[in-house]
Design a protein around this ligand. Structure first.
Ligand code: EPZ
Length: 446
């Protein structure tokens, strides 16, 4: 295992290329299971989760070659329908192979993706949708696997009780080769879902958005080869934007998709952060003036995304006044707060008075552990100082890395494999902007 040793403070200045979107790349790789023909996916980020997904495809009869940022997926051997427990437990999205395996082979055995550090993250909405299409799925806790079977997946009318990004994608991946028409109501509208739909259409799928939060899929008998470039990562862009402004620096982001960052750019402007459109695919983020506190509430697309709330909270530690971050999508997404408080951040927890929390929050209300809260209050500005920090999840990890860059002194960050899950060569790119980060083995003394 490795750790980061970071010397702060540092001002981050320069240019950075945004990598391909993790939350499209993983599903694009799953989509390759829908055909025996070759699939070429471009702009795939070199991140741990992608390497794990390539391992999953290897177990399912595919050969995947990653050259640069292009993955070429070909049929390797006879298919199997089981995702091994060890790799499935390390990659939640491996459960999404359910749809393609059931529609092509009528069988799938996948590990329970289970919770992770940001909440229970069950897949009940995915399972309910697949059952409506004719699948029988049971979970046997004695082996930790979901056992799924379907004589023939058929089209269905499915309404999600609450938004689910990967749930929407799981049903899309199942409906494409199912018999008949599937109509999805209350379907997710995140732009990453649209990018996956674009790929599937390139492969010959008949899918279209027919209204607000509604998608219709006409089942087809087979799909064909395709070559496709995935969109850049919105979460990376927000991370580098916060890095620029929190470090009082100036970073021009290339492969920018600011048209999908509306809620973030609105909050950033209100807080006094600077950004400038350089051209259609480049945006300059820069420290303009002393920041002022701005409240955010996370929401489904096109609202302020839950993946952006941790970096935003860090930015608010540098803003004058008191700000609130209200997390409504996941039930335990403040794992970074205690770590920021070790650096001197002034943050308290509270629960906003919500009339009907069961409906209001996106997670299943009963999944909520008793000792968590849905909001934090941040008082700033605070000069953060060095600390020894532990990383619990991906976006928290990126946030804590940025905190040690803007904080004064030498900091030590453990659990950095979490950051590697979703950020390509993160320390190389940050050091090129002026950060001082060393990646060393955990037991190295320095
Ligand atoms: C996707 O997670 C993303 N992950 C998340 O990014 C992102 O934060 C989230 O969507 C919201 O946009 C990938 O695409 C791989 P949900 P997902 O299904 O699909 C609960 C990152 O850092 N729920 O929209 O899992 C769920 O627990 C990650 O890149 C159920 O209870 O999110 C959550 O509280 C983090 N049952 C809420 O609903 C279900 O069957 C929203 O989940 C499904 C979801």
């Amino acid at each position: 295992m490795e750790k980061f040793i970071v010397d702060g403070p540092a001002k981050l200045i320069g240019h950075v290329m945004i990598a391909g979107a993790k939350n499209v790349a993983l599903k694009a790789l799953v989509a390759s299971l829908l055909t025996d023909e070759d699939i070429i996916i471009k702009n795939v980020p070199h991140i741990r989760d992608v390497h794990l997904m390539l391992e999953v495809l290897g177990h399912l009869g595919k050969h995947a070659a990653l050259t640069g940022s292009t993955v070429t997926i070909t049929k390797n051997s006879s298919h199997t329908c089981t995702v091994p427990l060890e790799v499935g437990a390390r990659l939640r999205t491996s459960s999404m192979v359910l749809g393609p395996l059931l529609s092509r082979y009528g069988k799938a055995i996948i590990p329970n993706p289970g919770g992770c550090r940001i909440g229970a993250r069950p897949i009940d909405r995915h399972i309910d949708g697949l059952k409506a299409m004719g699948a029988s799925i049971s979970y046997t806790s004695d082996d930790g696997y979901f056992h799924a079977e379907a004589k023939e997946l058929h089209g269905a009318e499915i309404t999600f009780e609450k938004n689910t990004h990967t749930g929407t994608e799981t049903i899309l991946l199942a409906a494409i080769l199912a018999k008949g028409t599937t109509t999805l109501h209350n379907a997710a509208e995140e732009v990453e879902v649209d990018n996956l739909i674009d790929l599937l259409q390139h492969m010959g799928a008949h899918i279209k958005r027919t209204g607000k939060r509604e998608i219709v899929i006409e089942g087809v008998s087979s799909l064909h080869s395709a070559e496709f470039e995935i969109m850049p990562d919105r979460n990376e862009e927000v991370t580098f934007a916060v890095a620029a402004i929190a470090s009082t620096g100036d970073i021009t982001v290339h492969n920018s998709r600011r048209q999908y960052l509306g809620a973030f750019l609105e909050a950033l402007t209100k807080a006094g952060g600077g950004y400038e459109a350089i051209d259609a695919e480049s945006t300059r983020y820069f420290y303009k003036e002393a920041l002022t506190a701005v409240d955010v509430t996370t929401e489904i697309y096109p609202g302020f995304m839950t993946d952006w709330q941790a970096p935003w909270a860090l930015l608010m530690t540098q803003a004058k006044g008191e700000s609130v971050v209200h997390e409504t999508v996941f039930e335990n997404r403040f794992t970074y707060v205690e770590e920021l408080k070790k650096m001197g951040a002034r943050i308290t927890y509270f629960d906003p008075d919500i009339k009907n929390p069961e409906e209001f929050y996106n997670f299943n209300w009963n999944d909520r552990p008793v000792d968590t809260h849905q909001a934090i209050r941040i008082t700033g500005p605070t000069n953060l100082h060095n600390a020894v920090l532990s990383i619990n999840d991906l976006r928290a990890g990126a946030t804590l890395l940025l905190a040690t860059i803007i904080g004064s002194g030498k900091s030590y960050l453990y659990g950095i494999e979490q950051v590697d899950r979703g950020y390509e060569h993160i320390e190389k790119r940050l050091c090129a902007l002026g950060a001082h980060i060393d990646r060393v083995t955990e037991d190295a003394i320095s």
